[in-house]
Design a protein around this ligand. Structure first.
Ligand code: AVJ
Length: 328
């Protein structure tokens, strides 16, 4: 490619020295509660990210391939309705889905800028370099930061903005935080901006539970990996093999939970925190909630954040949804 066709690439980091405290704080907080809990973000160290990528390929885990299919089918419609000049992607990860959207924007002649937002500095740099080479004239403004805290640092949009939050990660927020997060999103849309939100849908609980308790045991490994993270990072001595993976769908709350259940009594020492934690036999530690949605719940959450549903794209089996929304 001609160098003159390379658009500008900048990457800005907003993570500070305090951000490393988060695991320690979350462990101290979460393991001293009456119902033990750890936030799901700590599942994703290098090994956890590999295991998650493996989950996305599992036959039981329909979400990733279904969302990709929906995007491939409707990306042109999204671009026609939004006229998007800029794609802001929260939790950019691997750029497969990104390309589907960028291709549609390039095809419509509207594409100007890509803004990946991710906590991983190396991920942001890699995706920024790769895509600026692939798309002639594309400028890239990478943001290294936490999309719950650093959205105010987005640059001013060059034209109609499309903010994509894909993969169903919004399901990890409990309902109140979910609405607060969406309110924050609504604020950074600018005039005529849109949100593109991936969510798993409510369905037969057996299908959902199988997706979180696969036959090959990859999800169980992924779940237990968080204990390896705490052992390594905080000098803890969890007996990882003495915990079993639990996944169950809560029909009333319409979310699935992952938990780790102690097979027997266990005493854990967390050296870095000078903390001793006791597990009773069969006591559970919650490691993730992943909410499933109906159109009604989506509309309600969006409305509470000042957003209106423009279009709800789904697959023929209605397994997964990609929602397009704008400010009311
Ligand atoms: C990445 C949060 C969308 O909730 O389905 C996969 C993570 N957990 N298997 C999900 C996950 C167990 C995933 N998200």
């Amino acid at each position: 490619m001609e160098p003159s066709l390379r658009g500008a690439v900048v990457v800005r980091s907003y993570l500070g020295p305090n951000d490393e405290r988060s695991l320690a704080d979350d462990v101290l907080d979460g393991l001293t509660r009456p119902l033990k809990e750890l936030p799901p973000k700590h599942l994703y160290d290098a090994r956890g990210s590999e295991l998650f990528d493996a989950i996305c390929e599992l036959p039981e885990y329909y979400q990733t391939r279904t969302e990709r299919l929906i995007l491939e089918t409707f990306a042109d419609d999204v671009v026609a309705r939004t006229g998007a000049a800029e794609l802001v992607e929260l939790g950019s990860g691997s750029a497969t889905k990104t390309r589907v959207l960028l291709d549609a924007m390039a095809g419509a002649g509207t594409l100007e800028r890509y803004v990946p937002v991710d906590v991983s500095e190396s991920t942001v740099h890699a995706v920024a370099e790769m895509l600026s080479e692939e798309y002639a004239g594309l400028s890239v403004h990478g943001v290294v930061g936490d999309f719950e805290r650093h959205l105010s640092h987005l640059p001013a949009p060059p034209g109609p903005r499309l903010v994509a939050f894909l993969g169903g990660t919004i399901g990890n927020f409990p309902p109140g935080s979910r609405r607060r997060f969406l309110r924050g999103l609504a604020k950074v849309l600018g005039d005529g901006g849109h949100v593109l939100l991936g969510t798993d849908l409510v369905k037969d609980p057996r299908v959902i539970e199988a997706a979180y308790d696969d036959g090959a045991g990859v999800t169980a490994e992924f779940n237990r990996n968080v204990l390896h993270v705490v052992n390594r990072e905080l000098g803890a001595d969890f007996d990882v093999d003495a915990f079993e993976h639990v996944a169950f769908y809560d029909r009333r709350r319409e979310w699935i939970e992952m938990r780790l259940r102690a097979l027997d009594v266990q005493h854990v020492r967390v050296e870095a925190l000078d903390l001793d934690v006791d597990f009773a036999a069969r006591e559970e530690l919650r490691t993730e909630i992943s909410a499933k949605f109906t159109r009604e719940r989506l509309e309600g959450d969006l409305a509470a954040a000042g957003l209106a549903l423009v279009e709800l794209y789904t697959d023929p089996d209605e397994l997964f949804a990609v929602s397009l929304a704008r400010r009311r």
